[in-house]
Design a protein around this ligand. Structure first.
Ligand SMILES: NC(=O)c1ccc[n+]([C@@H]2O[C@H](COP(=O)([O-])OP(=O)(O)OC[C@H]3O[C@@H](n4cnc5c(N)ncnc54)[C@H](OP(=O)(O)O)[C@@H]3O)[C@@H](O)[C@H]2O)c1
Length: 279
């Protein structure tokens, strides 16, 4: 158990690249798909502010998420935090030309000249997009390449694709409610040095229903955990193959809460099993 009191957020290496990312980032599906009204945008500006203030940097989005890329582009510019952030988006379409156009549009919406990570969303037409992704990396417009999915029944496909093609990152679902990835996919990624970004850490919020009115179990105290959100996230971060987690929220207080899971002790294997038993 690591009990050192850290002043900066825990970070994990990106495979064998020598670079690392803070463990708690932010997703944006649904939450950032809003219009231009100040009352819709103000809380999201504060969500981003909390992420950056906590030392978090990973922001995940996709052209699938309605207006999210454009909203992120506006708010990142307003806060002037581009240099602090590590931005990931996706390509989610069929056909090479459509893919190229979509990636160009995403970069314009996000107002970036360079993406830290470009992922193939749900593996859609992945072989067709590969030459585009490789070319963008060679041109320096994209730093890392990845693939994503969000359902356990696609984990075998992810593993097959990761075995066939060299990717830096893979993004998939993993949580106390959806543990399938720990059987094969997480060990596979660890062995191969593939960085893992975890989506659906709260099973899209459903996990909070199950613990409504339930007090935190005693093990939370020894891990410096003050909320169920932190409990769920620290359990994920405790898996040694996990690089970062991207909980989504439209509430600044929840972003602050989530970011606290990136500080203090990290549960070891024994503590993780106790946490799983207790929730
Ligand atoms: N195929 C793919 O590539 C794929 C698929 C799924 C997800 N993703 C990525 O992963 C991200 C996360 O997954 P997700 O959006 O499905 O769901 P999630 O992060 O598991 O859950 C989000 C929900 O949890 C609530 N929440 C967040 N923090 C909380 C806290 N501290 N306390 C209480 N409630 C809290 C949010 O509500 P509030 O707004 O009220 O906080 C929201 O309803 C996505 O946004 C997306 O970027 C990618």
């Amino acid at each position: 158990m690591n009990t050192g009191a850290a002043t900066s957020m825990l970070a994990r290496p990106i495979g064998r690249t020598g670079e690392s990312v803070p463990v708690i980032g932010m997703g944006s599906s649904n939450t950032f798909d809003v219009g231009v009204a100040p009352d819709e945008r103000a809380p999201l500006l504060d969500v981003l502010r909390e992420l950056a203030a906590a030392g978090g940097s990973v922001v995940d989005t996709s052209p699938m998420y309605g207006r999210s890329e454009g909203v992120l582009g506006d708010l990142i510019e307003e806060l002037a935090v581009r240099a602090k952030l590590w931005i990931a988006t996706k390509v989610w379409t069929k056909g090479r030309e459509a893919g190229e156009q979509q990636i160009g549009a995403s970069m314009r919406e996000l107002r970036v000249k360079r993406l830290e990570l470009l992922q193939i969303h749900n593996l859609l037409d992945w072989q067709v997009h590969m030459p585009t992704l490789r070319a963008l990396r060679e041109q320096g417009k994209v730093k890392y390449l990845g693939v994503t999915h969000y359902r356990a029944d696609a984990h075998a496909d992810l593993e097959r694709v990761l075995g066939a093609e060299k990717f830096d990152f893979v993004q998939f679902n993993y949580s106390l409610a959806e543990r399938e990835a720990e059987h094969r996919l997480l060990p596979f990624c660890r062995d191969r040095g593939i960085a893992v970004m975890v989506n659906r850490p709260f099973a899209d919020g459903a996990m909070f229903q199950r613990v409504r009115d339930k007090p935190l179990p005693p093990i939370a105290r020894e891990l410096g955990i003050a909320s169920w959100g932190q409990y769920f996230l620290k359990w994920i971060v405790g898996h040694p193959a996990v690089t970062c987690v991207i909980p989504a929220t439209a509430k600044p207080k929840h972003m602050l809460d989530n970011s606290r899971a990136g500080f203090g002790p990290v549960p070891d294997a024994r503590q993780r099993e106790a946490m799983a038993q207790a929730w």
